[in-house]
Design a protein around this ligand. Structure first.
Ligand code: MV4
Length: 452
């Protein structure tokens, strides 16, 4: 097992990884920008190294600085968390070239899944269902027209290097294809330096459901069920659930079997998440994330597993030591992402936290790096806390979330806590009746306002 892990991240996820390390008896090294000198992840680590100025590019994305920090402190592995360098295949290679272990998949698999065309081709070959679309990259407008003709309108043009919605354009009829194709290409080139695009049939009211997988270095692959991440606005997820209100155990098992079989044949290792669109009872694979995700705690609560511990054990060469039939799903979990934003306008509100009181009690978990007197810096993601509730049924989980949100006190900055409280009161949310468009409409309806 490793003796010392450098955690190349900040905030709640850096703390989350430190906690797993400590329980495994592993020392931790925090890295931080000058803006994060007083941050909780620095205070709680065994050692810390300043790696640069506030801008992420010069600190948390500064590979040279992070690798030297690892060298100097004698770390034998690096955990990247999510975001920043988590899906950077070149960084994973550099870590290994410096004689350390990257806690994640192989650089080859990170690179493959970063190219959405390659990822889809691999999954198609392995029997995972896809949306109807182009067979690989679409070279020009004429080819785009003929794909659209074959699959039917509306269609989406997507960037191969995309994700998060950038470089994605819809065409609802033939006269819109040329513009969609050109805009997607231009946006993709500007955002990713790669203008390859592909096409899919546009699904108009899908849910976003993802499957958590974990694989060891010896071919054992298991899944820990699905998460429903449909409640999002402008590609930022606000709330996640495990399991999905739209699935039953039979559908989950069937999808899980297809996916674990595929990843076994691919030789995938460590944790990963396959993203699907789910509409009219059909799954369509869209992307695979080769990292630990923000919303991993809902899976941990329903499966009773420590996913970060599993990532570390696998990277150290441990066998999983259990198989799919040992995994049980118990109850329902909901995560509310609490960000330092105005709950009505979504404008970031960095500043000093003057009071902080986290909820507790049965089935309540809070992952946060906040404390009284902490100043939320303006330079990074605005996520400041995750409230995770777990209960025997979904209705009880909603009741528990309501109670916990009421107890939660964060003063000095605005947060999205009131918005979460309003969502919990909405009958269609309570019924589990929502798609990826639900939150946008809820916010537009004014029911998310302060007067509701
Ligand atoms: C789609 C889609 C509808 N049809 N693909 C958005 C970002 C990227 N991760 C995939 N995305 C979508 N792909 C087809 N064929 C709708 C979306 C989409 C979406 C997907 C998941 C979560 C939130 C979303 C918000 C808007 C659009």
């Amino acid at each position: 097992m490793f003796e010392k892990i450098l955690i190349a991240n900040r905030g709640e996820i850096a703390l989350r990884i430190q906690r797993a390390c400590r329980e495994l008896g592993i020392l931790t090294v925090a890295v931080h920008s000058t803006a994060d000198a007083e941050a909780m992840h620095v205070r709680l680590a065994d050692e810390s190294v300043c790696i640069g100025p506030p801008s992420a590019k010069e600190s948390y994305l500064n590979t040279a600085s992070i690798l030297s920090a690892a060298r100097i402190t004698g770390a034998d592995a690096i955990h990247p968390g999510y975001g920043f360098l988590a899906e950077n295949a070149g960084f994973a290679e550099m870590v290994e070239a410096h004689g350390m272990t990257f806690i994640g998949p192989s650089p080859e698999h990170i690179r493959m899944m970063g190219d959405k065309i390659a990822a889809k081709a691999a999954m198609a070959r392995l029997g995972v269902p896809l949306v109807a679309g182009s067979d690989g990259a679409v070279p020009d407008v004429a080819a785009a027209r003929s794909v659209a003709e074959r699959i039917g309108y509306p269609v989406l043009v997507k960037a191969a290097a995309g994700g998060g919605g950038r470089g994605m354009k819809v065409a609802r009829a033939e006269h819109e294809v040329e513009e969609a194709f050109r805009l997607a290409r231009v946006e993709a080139r500007a955002a990713f330096g790669n203008d390859a695009v592909y096409m899919e049939k546009y699904l108009d009211r899908p849910r976003h459901i993802e499957l958590q997988v974990v694989a060891d270095a010896y071919g054992e692959v298991v899944h820990f069920g699905e998460r429903d991440c449909s409640l999002q606005r402008r590609h930022q997820t606000l709330l996640e659930e495990a399991g999905s209100p739209a699935l039953d155990a039979t559908r989950r098992d069937r999808l899980g079997e297809t996916v674990t079989g595929a990843l076994r044949r691919l030789g995938y290792r460590n944790a990963g998440t396959l993203e699907f669109l789910y509409q009219d009872g059909q799954f369509a694979f869209i992307e695979m994330n080769t990292r630990l995700q923000v919303e991993h705690p809902v899976t941990e609560m329903v499966c009773g597993v420590d996913l970060v511990r599993e990532q570390i054990r696998i990277a150290a060469g441990d066998a999983l030591g259990y198989s799919q039939r040992d995994i049980r799903f118990s109850g329902h979990a909901i995560e509310c992402r609490i960000t330092a934003e105005d709950p009505e306008t979504f404008t970031p509100t960095p500043g000093r936290v003057s009071l902080y009181h986290a909820p507790g009690g049965l089935g309540v978990r809070v992952d946060s790096a906040l404390y009284v007197g902490y100043v939320v810096p303006p330079h990074y993601d605005s996520l400041v806390a995750k409230l995770i509730v777990h209960a025997p049924t979904r209705a009880e989980a909603i009741g528990r979330a309501r109670r916990a949100l009421e107890e939660f006190a964060v003063l000095g900055i605005k947060t999205t806590i009131p918005l979460h409280q309003q969502i919990m009161e909405e009958p269609s949310f309570q019924a589990g009746d929502y798609t990826i468009h639900w939150l946008e409409r809820f916010v537009a309806s004014g029911r998310a306002g302060s007067g509701a």
